[in-house]
Design a protein around this ligand. Sequence first.
Ligand SMILES: Cc1cc2nc3c(=O)[nH]c(=O)nc-3n(C[C@H](O)[C@H](O)[C@H](O)COP(=O)(O)OP(=O)(O)OC[C@H]3O[C@@H](n4cnc5c(N)ncnc54)[C@H](O)[C@@H]3O)c2cc1C
Length: 257
Amino acid sequence: MSNPDKYATAVVIDRRDLCDDLWVVRLRTDCELPFRPGQYATLGLELNGKVVERPYSIVSAPEETDVEIFIELVPEGALTSHLYRLGTGDEILVRRKTKGLFLRNTPVDGQAHLFVATVTGIAPFVSFLRRLAARWRAGEWSTEQRITLLQGASRSYEFGYLDEMRAMAAEVPWFEYVPTVSRPWEDPEWRGETGRVEDVLRKYADAAGIAPGSGAVYLCGHPGMIATGRAIMRRRGLNDDSEIFEEQYWPDTKAAS
Ligand SMILES: Cc1cc2nc3c(=O)[nH]c(=O)nc-3n(C[C@H](O)[C@H](O)[C@H](O)COP(=O)(O)OP(=O)(O)OC[C@H]3O[C@@H](n4cnc5c(N)ncnc54)[C@H](O)[C@@H]3O)c2cc1C
């Protein structure tokens, strides 16, 4: 039995499949789950008498009733292979404490921000942007600076928040969304940016005005993208500790290029 002091129960109340290895779930927990944008929830399942758990960045904004998570299936993965089978009405364990320091001091007044994500790595940025847009609509926050979100995927159907991010970019003056597809030959209808995030990073960092002292870069998701992105931004002169931030989803097995 899982420890009820440590874990709450969450029911899957909605599931949206993007393709055969990417899906979005909305979870309703049986208790409050306080968090700030950028933090992660720890989801688990009891398997063979043991709780198998993993961290997942929260997509929803703190004001929303339900917790939204964007998940990629890892073939043979200890947890995702089981999470994948769950549908509406099924239950998941959620640690009562959310964690994480990503985006904790963001946005910084007077700085341009470049958010960079691979596929599910968009999660913390969506949470952050939903809250910021709500504050902007309510007249509680405004900025002269821009926030650019660059998201990479192999094919466009992997962009889980394409419509929402495009609509937000059309609505608010301070936000730009740039999705880029690395396998355009498998996606002939795609009319947007092409190449891997790393290929177009310099171009959008220039356009966003990312420079030492006046800009910050936030990298989330694939470890290879993060290592390369950090190396590019270091060469640009950004401070490793105060101008480049990251949330890496799994361990890096290769050195930075
Ligand atoms: C702070 C944080 C936030 C995270 N947020 C998310 C999120 O929002 N959505 C999400 O899908 N995942 C997220 N992850 C990754 C997640 O925690 C799990 O690692 C992932 O779901 C795989 O779990 P598993 O038990 O199925 O695979 P495991 O059995 O743990 O892993 C098997 C192997 O796959 C590697 N691996 C893990 N994830 C991937 C991947 N996506 N692609 C390729 N290889 C991988 C692992 O390094 C390991 O070698 C996050 C990780 C961290 C640290």
